[in-house]
Design a protein around this ligand. Sequence first.
Ligand SMILES: CC(C)(COP(=O)(O)OP(=O)(O)OC[C@H]1O[C@@H](n2cnc3c(N)ncnc32)[C@H](O)[C@@H]1OP(=O)(O)O)[C@@H](O)C(=O)NCCC(=O)NCCS
Length: 211
Amino acid sequence: MADEQVRIETIQPRYAAALEQLQRDCFPTLADEELMRAEHFLNHCRLFAAGNFVALVGERVIGLGSGFLIDFDFDAAQHRFQEIIAGGYYRHHDPHGDWYYGGDISVHRDFRRRGVGSRLYAARKSIVQRLNRRGIVAGGLIPGYAGFKTKLSPGEYVDRVVAGDLYDSTLSFQLGRGFNVRGLLKDYIDDEASDNWATLIVWRNPDYQPA
Ligand SMILES: CC(C)(COP(=O)(O)OP(=O)(O)OC[C@H]1O[C@@H](n2cnc3c(N)ncnc32)[C@H](O)[C@@H]1OP(=O)(O)O)[C@@H](O)C(=O)NCCC(=O)NCCS
């Protein structure tokens, strides 16, 4: 399928049920309570539709890039996924927040490695630039870590991915999209593939102008 058939658009309530199914398809190792449901997506539409993106082929939903604005405190950076996303509802969204917190990025496996994830990131970057915010921050999963956890600490694993010695399907993708790793988040999420760890990843808006 040619890439031009995939459209990136802002979220609409009519996509909520399909997005719930996409979560189940894209995150098979996540605990059930970590997955977002239709009611969460409806709230994203109400709170910040302009910053939440879907990838579509026709009316089929094949990708999601969701998030919200927040004054992220890097001096108290440790947090859990469910806390910061307010159980999936994104209720900490602050229209004046300095940072875009990336709640979820996912592409259906049948459409991966065709640039759809990159286009979803481009959409996020573009709203961050349009709104003149500092950048994007997120907890990035490390789904390749489970296979190494008896040999490497999570820090060693991440260092090796950053050095390019190991490829992680999520972290390597994010590094390739201009993100840097700022640290590790312990007990971030109930995900056996990442052994519950995540990386704190940051993309800085090069055009940000302080007020
Ligand atoms: C991470 C994820 C969103 C990436 O989505 P994607 O659509 O495959 O992303 P892209 O196609 O833009 O990029 C993926 C890779 O394919 C490459 N690629 C892009 N277009 C390509 C093409 N036409 N042909 C071959 N490779 C291509 C990219 O360069 C990238 O490789 P790199 O990471 O080595 O640079 C997707 O793998 C996913 O949904 N994973 C499961 C959910 C997940 O873990 N989400 C992140 C939670 S933190």
